[in-house]
Design a protein around this ligand. Sequence first.
Ligand code: ASP
Ligand code: MG
Length: 439
Amino acid sequence: MKIMKFGGTSVGRPDRMHQVKDLITRDPERKIVVLSALSGTTNALVGIGEALAEADKDLAKNRIDALHAHYLQFYKDLLKQDDTLVKAENIIKEHFEFLNIILKISFNEAINRDILAQGELLSTKLFFTLLEELQIPAVFLSALDFMSIDENQEPELLKIGEKLKSILAEHPENQIFVTQGYICKNHRKEVDNLKRGGSDYTASLIGAALGTDLIEIWTDIDGMHNNDPRIVDKTRPIAALSFDEAAELAYFGAKILHPASIWPAQMYNVPVKLLNTMEPDAPGTTITAKETTTGVKALAAKDGITAIKIKSSRMLLAYGFLRRVFEIFEKYRTPIDMITTSEVAVSLTIDDTSHLEEIKQELEQFGIVEVDENQTIICIVGHQVAETKGSIKTIMDALNEFPLRMVSYGGSRHNVSILIDASLKNQALKSLNEGLFIW
Ligand code: ASP
Ligand code: MG
């Protein structure tokens, strides 16, 4: 059995949905098809929620109507037969009636999550109707019946597996199952979600929970590239990555894969393939436990980073200092990405600045605190990159012209991270590309 997950652009146009249908019927293997919302829909739903949160019902109504118009065209281009057209019309009616009812009741966070869930419900129901029209046997699974998170927002992998296995056992004859990415139930049994981009996570959780043979993530690019193709001209897809390498790249900016989606696959050792819906025969990227060639494999960059430096003479020869610093970040639930220390100072980076002011104030008890905003982490990834002869020299030579705010080396064997001012990011990525990869 395998999982096939299709992202928003892969289902975002009627002709693309037809392509997805071709892809899931190419081989006879049993599969669970996980779909995102049509591209643009989740953003639109976020916009509706924001308008309601500000009690701007007119704006919310306009946004609902605009989205509604999009679907009223979409289904007509997707389907041909009268009976399935009526079916799709009713699906759209049901979900937009729901959104319009929400306009009339008082808004809260739980309702917002209900709004956000409409995208994946619509995409899967419309796709399922297409399969019905084409008489392709399939089973519709509601992710709300099996995908759950606990009070810490962590997925309940064992429960998910048990529920799914018993649901699948009810359909021993079926080969194709269709379900929603992203959405789930929380511990209060309310509709919730796995955060933006979470459909990849859904696919990985299902693959891990069932111990499938493979998780395929279908997007609009031919795998994970060795540099950011939006910035650098010459990039190429990486054929093979280890889970560790992929996790570093996904976390540090390779937008193709949701960073949380690595751990379930890694824990249950299920290979992940990143494939391109527009070019289905391209090899893409295969992510497995296998450690591949040594040396630099890829770069990724993560923007919106804030660096904090704490300079303290009290740190000199003191123990327990770092613990007290970390406790402040823990108190404000703010994760730290990079850290470097000298004997009298420590620098670290965060990307969530919602509690920056409080954190800064509390850190001031230790010494002088300096904050640098608009920083970028460039993450250089490769198996044993830190130990491969010459790697560090090549990296530093390529960055010779750039002031480096922080360098993190040796934290993991697979990663060297550099912090630079965001304004230098594009130039630095290009320079590293020239220096590190042979063309
Ligand atoms: N539809 C959700 C989003 O846009 C989840 C996903 O596509 O992965 O964030
Ligand atoms: Mg995505």
